[in-house]
Design a protein around this ligand. Structure first.
Ligand code: MRU
Length: 332
């Protein structure tokens, strides 16, 4: 199954808002349509929105005045979701690819670069999966939060890529998936991917991870990332920080799996990461059904920060790094 692809002069997405109950393809023919798909989370996950944004730049490059259209597209896309650095990275990669080419070649070069990004992302996930798989032992149960699988990337996945690679290497791995309120990416998307692949998995309410760890039912935690700061602090789906605290209290290794496109050397530490705030109604309802009294208010921070001190290691396509040394993966 694909997450994002270019077909018939448009961007095709699996509409993740409808999974696991319906598999529908959403076609985006304009930058605005794609920007709305990112904001509405038809496509989500840091690497996936980076690739989608790159394809959206390729759409803009087909306009009569491509340079002007690219500048407008950049501005619109960067306003969609602020936390995942991959989005800016995807936009920047296309801009760099067309900077010194004649106007009549801009469209072809932009699309070629977006296609390259998609292929690179899958290759990176496979490579990081291979590095990370060495950290898992036969018989481990791995807890993960949110969805850092094929649906969150160009394909294969980051945290789920590590699990897939370990299983491909012959290890028997089970998964515990946090449901991930408020958008339920764990329940809807991670469980969908794992069940499609026949990987043994159990779903838990977010608040249960500490108990499972205490009871010896979890041996490792592997999560994805939306942005990794230069000092190794990690922004990821809200709730990740609490999982990391529980892991530390129980002496359980806590790994972050992400391609180097998620590392932001310009962001010194967590303090500089912009945390997206979404509509309160996502918290006040579950799949459209209200769960709080009319008029109730909510906080809806989409991400939180896990400080480097709680992270055992960061797994990238370049290898496994202590969080404080993650910038080395950009130079290797
Ligand atoms: O709000 P989402 O669903 O886009 O959040 C996704 C996550 O937090 C993922 O863990 C992260 O993007 C890594 S995906 C490989």
């Amino acid at each position: 199954m694909f997450t994002v692809r270019w077909a018939d002069d448009s961007i095709e997405l699996i509409d993740q808002r409808l999974l696991p109950f319906e598999r529908c393809t959403l076609k985006c023919k304009t930058v605005e349509e794609l920007a709305c798909a990112i904001e509405g989370m038809a496509v989500r996950g840091a690497p996936a929105i980076g690739v989608a944004a790159a394809f959206s730049m390729a759409l803009a490059a087909r306009e009569d005045e491509p340079r002007k259209a690219l500048a407008c597209a950049r501005e619109r896309l960067l306003r969609t979701r602020p936390t995942a650095i991959n989005l800016a990275w995807g936009v920047q990669r296309v801009e760099n690819a067309v900077r010194n080419v004649p106007d009549e070649e801009v469209a072809v070069r932009a699309l070629a670069e977006a296609q390259r990004l998609l292929e690179e992302d899958i290759a990176r996930n496979r490579a990081l999966g291979h590095h990370g798989s060495a950290l898992l032992e036969d018989g481990d149960t791995v807890l993960t939060h949110c969805n850092a699988g094929a649906l969150a990337t160009g394909g294969y996945g980051t945290a789920l890529g590590v699990i897939r690679a370990a299983i491909e290497a012959g290890k028997r791995i089970k998964v515990v998936a946090d449901e991930t309120r408020p958008r339920l990416q764990g329940a809807r998307l991670t469980m969908f991917e794992l069940m499609e692949d026949g990987i043994p998995a159990r779903l838990i309410p977010d608040g249960a991870s500490g108990l499972l760890m205490r009871r010896g039912m979890v041996q490792k935690v592997v999560v994805g990332a939306d942005r990794i700061a230069a000092n190794g602090d990690v922004a990821n789906k809200v709730g990740t920080y609490m999982v990391a605290l529980a892991a530390q209290d129980n002496g359980i290794p806590f790994y972050v799996a992400a391609p180097t496109s998620t590392i932001d050397p310009e962001t010194a530490s967590a303090e500089d990461i912009v945390i997206e705030e979404r509509d309160e109604n996502e918290v006040l309802a579950v799949l459209g059904t209200p769960i709080a009294p009319p008029g109730a208010r909510a906080y809806n921070y989409a991400f939180d920060i896990t400080p480097a001190r709680l992270i055992t290691a960061i797994i990238t396509e370049q290898g496994v790094f202590p969080p404080g040394e993650v910038l080395r993966s950009l130079n290797d």
